[in-house]
Design a binder for this molecule. Structure first.
Ligand code: SAH
Length: 367
């Protein structure tokens, strides 16, 4: 009997039959954002009952502190009368909701905000509209960052960049080859190696990776979004705060992973039904933004950012009027956000900010 296949697997096989082995980047793009069958296009994967849980879903404290960060950034920008508060990949819209609530403590900032949600998924756009419907903040939705209108902007992104597709290359005797998805002799999807070497690839690699042993995998992104963010804050004013998991230095190694039902799974088995991510290369991100003239802050650990922004005080305030059960839940959530363990988010996640160099100092990145 033929094995049951997801609709997206059928589509991927059709494309491979037509055009040959598919680069990993294209596979990841289809898995996440194919218009009908992409993972994000059809579902709400977040929360305890979903596939994974993100910081804003762990505790309202996260989004509130990000909102206070945004208020300080607005201050550092010279308190422009209008500012675009942009979020990339807002999921359920929880972080924006909590950030906007926290912004009430700086009424002039709140007054200045037009919110912009950059979200490719129609299902999640709808979800975000519900989340924000009770607020009196003008809000616009866009499919991509380049649709956000001109003007000074504060740009936020949590667990967005890891969802952008990566390219993979693998080192062989005579050079680096693109890694692909193909069909093996038993008719299964499998990882393979493209037929032709990538010309002059060595020259693009960070020096530490050039002499890597045979079989080494190297990942990189080609979306140019770090460049676009750098250019935007330099030309039009503002700052961007990006939080994600990844490495502080560009490095070799495969980080592509699939998660479904809070567990790691094989990325090739149920395309379109599991989340695919890959680590963010914060060094590459920073270099790209700096090359556009932006000033760089960090990367630092998420725990450091949240400490600097006052997570302890905020948690204490929440607990002051809470029942013992609620207070314990606040502690547990905060610990998840700042804990240093492998299953906690404090050390695993990093924060980086970029800003127009004329801005005063940004909070959160003090040593
Ligand atoms: N920031 C949210 C969600 C993270 S998941 C949180 O922390 O909970 C990644 C988000 O990015 C989802 O909302 C997904 O639909 C969106 N997304 C993924 N690829 C995208 C793309 N290419 N353009 C715009 N949004 C994208």
């Amino acid at each position: 009997m033929a094995p049951s296949r997801t609709p997206l697997e059928t589509e991927i096989r059709r494309r491979i039959a037509l055009a040959g082995p598919m680069p990993v980047r294209q596979f990841m793009t289809l898995c996440l954002t194919h218009p009908q069958h992409g993972y994000y296009m059809t579902r709400d994967p977040f929360g305890r009952s979903g596939d994974f849980i993100t910081s804003p879903e762990v505790s309202q404290v996260f989004g509130e502190l990000i909102g206070l960060w945004a208020a300080s950034a607005w201050h550092a920008m010279g308190q422009p009368e209008n500012v675009r508060l942009v979020e990339l990949g807002p999921g359920r819209g929880t972080m924006m909701l909590d950030a906007l609530r926290a912004s009430q403590v700086v009424p002039a900032f709140r007054q200045a905000i037009v919110a912009h949600m950059v979200e490719i998924s129609p299902a999640l756009q709808e979800r975000q509209q519900q989340t924000l419907s009770a607020l009196d903040i003008p809000t616009m939705w866009h499919q991509s960052f380049d649709e956000v209108p001109d003007g000074p902007a504060i740009i936020l992104a949590n667990e967005f960049f890891d969802a952008l597709p990566v390219n993979q290359a693998i080192k062989q005797l005579n050079g680096w080859y693109e890694r692909v998805v193909e069909i093996d002799a038993d008719d299964n999807l499998t990882f393979g190696i493209a037929n032709e070497v990538i010309p002059l690839f060595d020259q693009l690699l960070p020096p530490a990776v050039r002499d890597a042993p045979l079989g080494t995998i190297y990942e990189w992104r080609t979306d140019n979004l770090p460049l676009a963010l750098g250019q935007r804050v330099v030309r039009q004013g503002g700052a961007a705060l990006v939080i994600d998991y990844g490495h502080v230095r560009s490095d070799q190694g495969e980080t592509l992973q699939a998660v479904g039902g809070h567990a790691f799974v094989n990325p090739l088995t149920t395309p379109g039904e599991v989340d695919l991510t890959a680590h963010v290369d914060f060094e590459a991100f920073g270099l790209a933004a700096e090359s556009m003239g932006a000033r760089l802050y960090g990367p630092i650990q998420q725990a450091t950012l949240l400490h600097n922004l006052g997570i302890d005080k905020r948690a204490a305030a929440l607990k002051a009027y809470a029942s013992p059960d609620k207070a314990a839940a606040v502690d547990e959530a905060v610990n998840r956000l700042i804990g240093q363990g492998r299953t906690e988010m404090g050390k695993l996640f990093k924060a980086i900010a970029i800003a127009n160099p004329t801005l005063g100092p940004l909070p959160g990145f003090e040593a």
